[in-house]
Design a binder for this molecule. Structure first.
Ligand SMILES: Nc1nc2c(c(=O)[nH]1)N[C@H]1C(S)=C(S)[C@@H](COP(=O)(O)OP(=O)(O)OC[C@H]3O[C@@H](n4cnc5c(=O)[nH]c(N)nc54)[C@H](O)[C@@H]3O)O[C@H]1N2
Ligand SMILES: Nc1nc2c(c(=O)[nH]1)N[C@H]1C(S)=C(S)[C@@H](COP(=O)(O)OP(=O)(O)OC[C@H]3O[C@@H](n4cnc5c(=O)[nH]c(N)nc54)[C@H](O)[C@@H]3O)O[C@H]1N2
Ligand code: SF4
Ligand SMILES: [Mo]
Length: 914
């Protein structure tokens, strides 16, 4: 397959100057993990180039992870196969050449802007693009198309942190570094399920706590999550009540004399006003306890620890950001760090954990609709002038563009006619997601760039452009601690997939911006980005925190060799900088940080009689967002394989819900179905649903349609953690599952979920209307050639069918009126593809092995594929009494360690039953 498609028609497609190094078998490439913002260094060893077999290991030299990887990172090698890939450009469903596709994109952009104005086009991009891709997209829209209608999924992720940082520091700067986790004496985690979402940072904290048990950890989260494993104190506050808690802390610190007056007077302003405002609603511990639902004793313990511990870090993530008061939550905690002077010093500071691998890089290039580039502002005429001159931009955006939720609302209303979506899946991940779906279905032109062909969003696109994915592209990402690391290509690009920057730059050239987009390599883009960061970045009036000008002169070779480095990387300081602001030097006009008066307020939509539960949404350990990548490996689906709703057992009982049954969730915006899961960690009145399941994988498992499209007034970030919902048992007339050797189109049923397994695909099915199970079976697994086993007890609504070909089991379908009449799936799945002996064949339709020991149960340890039943049997037989003992016996929990909290739980419940 040619890497460079042949040109015919307008010559718009110059080659990628330097095809990135493609490893030969046996070569090891240093690169960076494709997933979370921890930004772990990965060693990828290509074992077989054609078969795309890659061995993955942690990079011991990378300062973020020092060799460790979590379950997602260590499975990266299993996600680089080509199944489901988008390999060729398509226009209106027809495969075309790149030139024709690029010309079509350019023509549509030109047409829409000519007919409807500059702002009738929009880009919606992603923190999963590399910095170079992102830079080019932003330059094209804001400098050359003359609109700022480019926003990013980081709006749903980091924008409250960005806004909070800017209000306090005058710049979007994370002041500390990972090493501070090992230097701290108190770590406050708030709105962060670190154990599952930033597992390697969690491991670092846990290891340090083992070394120094006096290191204290406080976990602030309405749910008791796996992160509680290392918490000395869990504050299960009322959802959305964080500002009361941190305002109360400020008041308490002042009352206790824990304020650093020297730092305050030299480097900040606004303390008195912030304190006065805090005192109104959080003036006493009692007031705070009432507002947050916490006990006074717990609040006091937290406040005492904070006041008494100089080396305190506060780590925060989406429980803070994804809120209609997200920016205020950020400032309320920054206030406490500024007031104590605990910022940018070893072991102390506020620390926003970024989500996506390049959430931070996207902020650097100005990917948000209210940023310009290189940490400059659209609304600042000096910045506009500077960027205009640097880019030689013919049409620099004059004002901020639309933020994600408003942007899709404008698509819905027809104000925006054309949207180009790159590296994100908004039909799943935006709030009020069915409205987003309708908006795209009604748009004049939807363009997508993605690696995967069939996503919920891509289904609605008119033009589909194949992007190279992780391992196939070259560029940089920046992690939570401002560390820029290289992602390096080590696999040949499949089909005609091209790097995102190439696609955007070629469209820019097709639009006539020949010189400004004459990029031939990621290295050239990086050099320009670095140069812009340093451009006139010395005059006091336009001085910016983001400055990597020391990297502007890297040539292609030096760029290839670039070692991880933390910005700023100023000329004369090429090794970067780990911490900022210990001695002030903020990026406000007077160089002082601002403490902000923050008035607490409850989430925008309150629960009511009709919608009495708070829906909280977020992540699970082994899945990444909309599952287009982690869903490719069975290992990661083994832990939790269906959309679920986690509830307090008392709420379950009150609502008539049973563990493992189905529940219908309904909000004012939409509805879904999920499997009920009894969650010890849920507080009453709340329900947690994962954000991951898509329409491609489930009939009604998307949670996005229920989520209220309410946003924070400052940041525009949606309130994903708080939507009032109603719950009711969903009682199907029949239920069942189907194991099939091959993937099929998601079966049409009221409830259908596809689960990729090692040996077969599994489809969980249920229907509301009574149906003859044999008729259903004939629809999905019709008797054709091969050998068939059947069992029916139609009086009980039971029907079971299995198919063998050449003695091997290739299909099993089991239906029943009552879920209790269905066997567990694990053992049957393990028989798929096997030649069955006579005894197994006889017992097959019972769904249970003749020898119970061959049933391993649900997977707990994804790394070594160890099941719950195996673990329980080993605990009983070997007298195992600790996680370490389980590890020694079964290896479970000894690789990434993410299942250790669950092993602990299993140990605890074994104790109870014996
Ligand atoms: N396994 C996995 N890891 C990931 C990702 C993934 O998809 N899967 N995605 C990455 C990305 S992009 C992101 S942004 C991060 C997100 O990482 P996190 O923010 O850690 O993850 P979430 O599960 O979204 O939410 C965190 C916690 O906020 C809590 N919360 C809800 N409401 C409140 C509240 O009012 N106050 C407080 N204090 N807490 C509240 C929730 O109960 C939840 O446990 O994870 C990154 N890492
Ligand atoms: N209810 C609810 N919704 C949420 C959240 C929540 O907590 N609750 N969290 C929000 C947050 S924090 C985030 S970050 C978002 C994430 O949500 P999304 O960004 O929508 O989720 P992903 O599945 O990561 O989508 C990435 C897409 O990019 C494609 N892709 C991967 N690599 C490349 C590449 O190199 N180039 C291109 N062009 N495409 C690529 C993938 O195939 C996939 O289709 O979800 C948000 N939505
Ligand atoms: S913690 Fe896991 S997902 Fe995040 S970067 Fe490291 S290996 Fe990747
Ligand atoms: Mo995110």
């Amino acid at each position: 397959m040619p890497l460079q498609p042949e040109t015919h028609g307008t010559p718009v497609a110059p080659a990628v100057e330097r095809i990135p190094l493609v490893a030969a078998a046996g070569d090891t490439v240093h690169t960076t993990c494709a997933y979370c913002g921890v930004g772990c260094g990965v060693l990828a060893t290509v074992e077989d180039v054609d078969a795309r077999q890659v061995r993955i290991a942690g990079d011991v030299e990378h300062p973020a992870n020092l060799g460790r990887l979590c379950s997602k990172g260590s499975s990266l090698g299993e996600t680089v196969h080509l199944e489901g890939r988008l390999l060729h450009p398509e226009v209106h469903g027809q495969r075309t050449s790149w030139d024709d596709a690029l010309a079509a994109v350019a023509a549509e952009i030109r047409r829409v802007q000519a007919e409807h104005g500059r702002d009738a086009v929009a880009f919606y991009v992603s923190g999963q693009l590399l910095t170079e891709d992102y830079y080019v997209a932003n330059k094209l829209m804001k400098g050359f198309l003359g609109s700022a209608n480019i926003d990013t999924n980081s709006r749903l992720c980091m924008s409250s942190s960005v806004a909070g940082h800017k209000r306090a520091f005058g710049s979007d700067t994370v002041p500390n570094c990972y090493e501070d986790l090992e230097l701290a004496d108190l770590i406050v985690l708030t709105g962060s399920n670190t154990a599952w979402c930033h597992p390697i940072l969690f491991q670092r904290i846990k290891a340090e706590k083992q070394r120094r048990p006096e290191l204290r950890v406080v976990n602030i989260d309405p749910r008791a999550t796996a992160t509680n494993e290392i918490a000395d104190l869990h504050l299960a506050l009322k959802p959305g009540s964080d500002v009361w808690l941190f305002n109360g802390l400020l008041v308490w610190l002042a009352a206790q004399g824990s304020i650093d007056h020297d730092y305050l007077s030299r480097h900040t302003s606004g303390f008195e006003a912030a304190l006065a405002e805090a005192a109104v609603t959080a003036g006493s511990v009692l007031q705070v306890a009432e507002a947050t639902g916490l006990s006074e004793a717990d609040v006091l313990t937290f406040y005492r620890w904070f006041a008494d511990t100089a080396r305190t870090m506060t780590l925060y993530s989406q429980g803070v950001n994804q809120s209609s008061a997200g920016t205020d939550k950020v400032n309320s905690l920054l206030n406490c760090h500024l007031a104590t002077g605990r910022i940018g010093k070893p072991g102390c500071g506020p620390f926003s954990l970024t989500g996506q691998p390049n959430a931070m890089g996207g902020r650097e290039v100005g990917g948000l609709a209210n940023q310009l580039a290189a940490h400059m502002e659209i609304t600042d005429p000096r910045h506009r002038d500077l960027v205009q001159r640097f880019w030689q931009a013919p049409a620099l955006a004059a004002d901020n563009g639309l933020k994600a939720v408003d942007l899709f609302e404008a698509v819905h209303s027809g104000r925006i006619k054309l949207v180009w979506i790159m590296g994100t899946n908004p039909v799943v991940s935006l709030p009020d997601a069915d409205r987003v779906k309708a908006a795209l279905a009604g748009a004049e032109c939807v363009i997508i760039s993605d690696c995967i062909a069939d996503t919920d969003t891509n289904r609605l696109a008119h033009i589909r452009l194949p992007a190279r994915g992780w391992g196939e592209k070259d560029g940089t990402v920046t992690n939570s601690e401002r560390r820029i690391s290289r992602q390096r290509a080590f696999l040949p690009a499949p089909g005609e997939a091209m790097p995102d920057w190439w696609i955007i730059a070629r469209v820019g050239q097709a639009l006539g911006f020949t010189d400004a987009f004459d990029f031939r390599s990621a290295a050239a883009i990086f050099a320009e980005h670095a140069a812009l960061s340093g451009f006139e970045n010395d005059a006091d009036s336009v001085r910016r925190d983001f400055d990597i000008s020391a990297l502007a002169t890297l040539d292609a070779e030096a760029y290839d060799q670039l070692a991880p480095v933390q910005w700023p990387v100023r000329r004369g300081r090429p090794d970067g900088q780990a911490r900022l602001f210990a001695d002030g030097g903020f990026f406000t006009a007077d160089r002082k940080a601002r403490l902000l008066p923050v008035t607490p307020r409850a989430p925008r939509n309150a629960t009511c009689a009709e919608y009495p539960f708070v829906l909280n949404t977020g992540r699970i350990r082994d899945q990444w967002h909309t599952m287009t990548r982690t869903g490719l490996t069975p290992r990661l689906l083994a832990h939790l394989s269906e959309p679920f709703a986690e509830l307090h057992p008392d709420d379950m009982a009150a609502q008539g819900l049973v563990d493992g049954g189905l529940v219908a969730l309904r909000s004012r915006w939409g509805q879904m179905l999920a499997r009920v899961q009894a969650g010890g960690g849920q507080q009453r009145g709340t329900v947690f649903v994962p954000m991951h399941w898509t329409g491609a994988l489930s009939s009604q498992g998307r949670v996005g349609p229920l989520v209220n499209p309410v946003t924070d007034p400052v940041s525009g970030q949606p309130e994903n953690k708080h939507t009032p919902v109603a719950l009711s048992p969903w009682q199907p007339a029949w239920q069942g599952f189907w194991l099939n050797a091959e993937a099929v189109e998601l079966p049409e049923a009221d409830y259908a979920v596809a689960v990729r397994g090692d040996t077969a695909w599994r489809y969980e099915l249920a229907g509301l209307e009574a149906a003859d199970p044999q008729v259903l079976a004939d629809r999905w697994l019709p008797v054709t050639d091969g050998e068939w086993l059947e069992y029916a007890d139609l009086a009980r609504g039971l029907y079971r069918r299995a198919c063998l070909r050449d003695g091997r089991l290739v299909g099993v379908l089991m239906l029943a009126r009552d879920a209790a009449a269905l066997p567990e799936r694990g053992w049957l799945a393990s028989q798929m593809g096997q030649v069955l002996d006579a005894e197994t064949r006889r017992g097959l339709l019972s769904g249970r092995p003749a020898d119970p020991a061959s049933d391993v149960g649900r997977t707990v340890c994804a790394c070594f594929g160890v099941g719950e039943k195996t673990i329980r049997r080993a605990i009983a037989a070997e007298g195992l009494d600790s996680v370490a003992a389980i590890g020694r016996c079964l290896k479970a929990g000894t690789n990434c360690g993410s299942c250790q909290p669950e092993l602990k739980q299993i140990l605890a419940t074994c104790g109870e039953s014996s």
